[in-house]
Design a binder for this molecule. Structure first.
Ligand SMILES: [Zn+2]
Ligand SMILES: [Zn+2]
Length: 131
C-alpha cells in the first residue's frame, strides 16, 4: 500500500494536548503537508507551520470550549501558527491554496483553524472570529 510521508510534522504535535490521543485521517494530513509545500513555493523559502492543536479527545474538546461536533475530534482539523509568517498570511494563503474546505482566522488568539470537512461541490468557506 502506498503511504504519503509527512516530512514536516511529527505525531506529538498532532496529538491531543491532554492525553496524547492521535486520530490519523490520511486525507487531512496529506492536505496539511501539501499546504506546507505550497507555502514554501509561494514564499520561495522554508515556511514552518506549527500545529498547536490537532486531534482532541472528547474531554479535551469540552475543556477548551470546542464545538460539539468539532472536526478536531475526528483528526480532520488543525489549528496552526507560524514562526515565519503572520497568522493573517497563513489565513490568506490557506484560502488561496484551496486545500482546505474550512479556514477560520482567530483575531484575538492569533491562529488559523483549517479543516477538511466535506462540503457539497467541494465548496470552501472562510471567516474571521473575534476570539
Ligand atoms: Zn485528550
Ligand atoms: Zn480548530
Amino acid at each position: 500500500m502506498l503511504e504519503a510521508k509527512l516530512q514536516n510534522f511529527i505525531e506529538k504535535e498532532l496529538s491531543c494536548r491532554c492525553c496524547g490521543k492521535l486520530i490519523i485521517n490520511h486525507e487531512a494530513l496529506i492536505y496539511l503537508q501539501a499546504f506546507r509545500y505550497y507555502l514554501n513555493r509561494k514564499y520561495g523559502k522554508n515556511i514552518r507551520i506549527i500545529p498547536t492543536c490537532g486531534t482532541r479527545c472528547y474531554q479535551h474538546n469540552i475543556d477548551v470550549g470546542g464545538e460539539k461536533g468539532s472536526y478536531h475530534l475526528s483528526g480532520q482539523a488543525f489549528d496552526i501558527i507560524s514562526p515565519d509568517i503572520t497568522y493573517r498570511q497563513i489565513y490568506d494563503a490557506a484560502i488561496e491554496s484551496r486545500l482546505f474546505s474550512t479556514v477560520i482566522r482567530y483575531d484575538k488568539s492569533l491562529f488559523v483553524h483549517v479543516d477538511t470537512r466535506k462540503r457539497a461541490r467541494y465548496k470552501i468557506e472562510s471567516w474571521v472570529e473575534n476570539k
